[in-house]
Design a protein around this ligand. Structure first.
Ligand code: FAD
Ligand code: NAP
Length: 549
């Protein structure tokens, strides 16, 4: 945005005031801006980064790319955009996705309403004026009738608190705060801590450059090959000719993708037939393998058939049997942590310049000025890469001091775990919405599908309020309680509780262990949201603010 300030209307106090303030300019915030502006609302967006793209602006580590196929991991709201944009690879790289974000911002003239390099510190609801006051790290205050938190599920990076870390004298990077100019590892002894989706993408790339790469692995992870490749022109044309049909299928699916599923249990068929199905999906590549049978996520015995299949693949890929064994996950069912998708991850351990350090057998004792000391050895390093993930789903929301009615704090309300109605709103915090909030499918889905659905639901809701001359909406506690129970009940029917995952907050010391996303699938979830809207926003109090007082 230019230097003219926030624009909008000037209030009596001289603060910028808007119908809607959106926090975050990733794909959620960008679409919220577009959609609400189209509908005639005044909108401002505040973004901590210096440009659009969110995840794809911050995560510039080598090897970063999507794991939902590019043709599906994109906006559907503009058929013209869909036809004009050309994806080059089956799984787009971070630079390509960031170019796409910039193309969208330019095409729809979004940046004029985005205020970059500004972080929101607090937001409080003024019941008298029925307005949100948002305070930024630059000390400015912005007033808005409605506030949309498009702050991202995976946007607050986590660096573990390891003894001695601050004394490390080499270079230190977090994958989610990667320098814009990139990092040259040539000739360096590099340590990577973390083997989640990020580490698994970055490790093969860093290994190609580093003099020696030491991978510090605490928990072995399941990973499936991406089978990435350039997209063929004919297949792109064919896909584009059926885009509307594909998008519709994605919206009503479980995961927001076109992955297919057998309509039988993994246990109801002969071992040979099951192996063939696993093999075909392994060769096809991508994360769809973990959903190929409906009971893989619900039944331990069914799950183990796939887990064993993947462990065998790991042992075939890695030459050294001790390393292969250490890389084979045994402590959680497959799919209960986000399945990783890789390009030659396991094969990387066959390189002479790569060493796996299994922290289960030799835990880290401390970081020293020149490396990492485990219980068994000390590793001299020139730089350390933290691929240690995020305070996921609630982290970015709770980093903001959000105060609702009677000054109540969201952090306090959620001290025992997040509580929302539909993952869109939380009782006692009127006129505040979350895009892909806890209690919605969010990270269990193709995020574009979930983002668009949430933004459109919120935009419809604000349009409904305006049409009915209302300006106040708050979730009702009893409906929220029932939604929270429903989300928990569904999660309990799955195997998710068997892993210490970020889905459960288990990666952050002291965070309450609550399974946060909605596991019922994007199709069922969409139907529920649509029913609520059809029934005049059932479970919400909607009114004219002045009447409520
Ligand atoms: P984000 O992209 O996280 O954007 C949120 C923005 O809000 C950020 O720019 C942040 O700076 C800003 N912000 C947060 N707090 C504040 C504040 N207080 N003040 C101001 N600004 C603030 N999903 C998929 O479906 N498929 C994939 O293949 C996939 N790959 C991924 C790969 C990586 C490396 C990561 C980390 C995530 C991936 N995801 C993927 C999830 C991804 O986060 C979403 O797909 C999507 O990009 C989220 O968009 P968003 O706008 O909701 O959030
Ligand atoms: P993550 O899945 O949380 O992985 C973090 C890794 O760091 C884990 O291996 C963890 O080990 C390790 N770790 C954390 N603290 C540690 C410590 N103190 N000592 C040693 N190891 C430690 O984070 P992520 O890899 O950044 O991925 C987060 C999510 O982002 C993914 O699940 C996915 O949704 C998304 N993502 C997607 C892609 C993609 O392919 N498109 C790529 C990157 C990210 P433990 O398991 O033992 O805790």
């Amino acid at each position: 945005m230019n230097d003219e300030g926030y624009g909008g209307n000037e209030s009596a106090e001289g603060k910028g005031s808007f119908d809607v303030l959106v926090v975050g300019a990733g794909f959620s915030g960008m679409y919220a801006l577009y959609e609400l502006r189209q509908r005639g609302f005044t909108v401002a967006v505040v973004e901590a980064g210096s440009d659009v793209g969110g995840t794809w602006y911050w995560n510039r580590y080598p090897g970063a790319r999507c794991d939902v196929e590019s043709m599906q991991y994109s906006y559907s709201f503009s058929p013209e955009l869909e036809q004009d944009w050309k994806w080059n690879e089956r799984y787009a790289t971070q630079p390509e996705i960031l170019r796409y974000a910039n193309h969208v911002a330019h095409r729809f003239d979004l940046k004029r309403n985005i205020h970059f390099n500004v972080r929101v510190r607090s937001a409080s609801f003024d019941e008298e004026c029925n307005l949100w006051t948002v305070t930024t790290d630059t000390g400015e205050q912005i007033l808005s009738r409605y506030c949309i938190m498009a702050t991202g599920c995976l946007s607050l990076p986590r660096e573990p608190n390891i003894r001695g870390l601050s004394f490390f004298e080499g270079a230190r990077y977090h994958t989610a705060q990667w320098p814009r100019e990139g990092v040259d590892f040539t000739g360096m002894r590099v340590g990577v801590i973390g083997t989640g989706s990020t580490g698994i993408q970055a490790i093969p790339q860093i290994a190609k450059q580093a003099k020696h790469l030491y991978v510090f692995q605490r928990t072995a992870n399941y990973s499936v090959p991406a089978r990435n490749r350039p997209l063929d022109e004919n297949e792109v044309a064919e896909f584009k000719s059926r885009y509307r049909e594909h998008r519709q299928r994605m919206r009503t699916s479980g995961s927001g993708t076109l992955w297919t599923q057998e309509n039988k249990s993994a246990l109801d068929i002969l071992d040979g037939e099951r192996e063939e199905i696993f093999e075909a999906n392994w060769n096809r590549g991508g994360p769809g393998l973990v959903q190929v049978f409906p009971d893989l996520g619900r039944d331990l015995k069914a799950n183990e058939t796939l887990a064993k299949f993947v462990r065998t693949k790991i042992c075939q890929a890695v030459s050294d049997p001790v390393t292969a064994d250490a890389l084979s996950p045994k402590d959680h069912p497959i799919g209960t942590k986000r399945i990783c998708v890789d390009i030659e991850y396991f094969e990387t351990y066959n390189r002479q310049n790569v060493t796996l350090i299994d922290l289960k057998s030799e835990p880290v004792e401390q970081i020293t000025p020149d490396g990492v000391e485990t219980s068994a050895a000390s590793y001299k390093l020139d730089c350390l890469v933290f691929a240690t993930g995020f305070d996921a789903i609630t982290g970015a929301l709770q980093a903001i001091d959000i105060r609702g009615r009677e000054g109540n704090s969201l952090r306090e309300k959620w001290a025992g775990g997040p509580r929302t109605y539909l993952g869109l709103a939380t009782a006692g915090f009127p006129n505040l919405f979350m895009v892909t909030g806890p209690g919605s499918p969010s990270v269990l889905s193709n995020m574009f599908v979930s983002i668009e659905q949430h933004v459109e639901w919120i935009a419809d809701c604000l349009t409904y309020l305006r049409k009915n001359e209302m300006d106040f909406i708050d979730a009702n506690s009893d409906f929220e309680d029932r939604w929270v129970s429903h989300v928990n009940d569904l999660a309990e029917q799955t195997l998710f509780s068997h892993a210490k995952s970020w889905y459960l907050g288990a990666n952050v010391p002291g965070k309450p262990r609550v399974f946060m996303p909605y596991v019922g699938g994007v199709g069922a979830y969409r139907e529920k949201c649509e029913q609520v809207a059809r029934d005049n926003y059932e479970g919400f109090t909607t009114t004219v603010a002045v009447k409520r007082r």
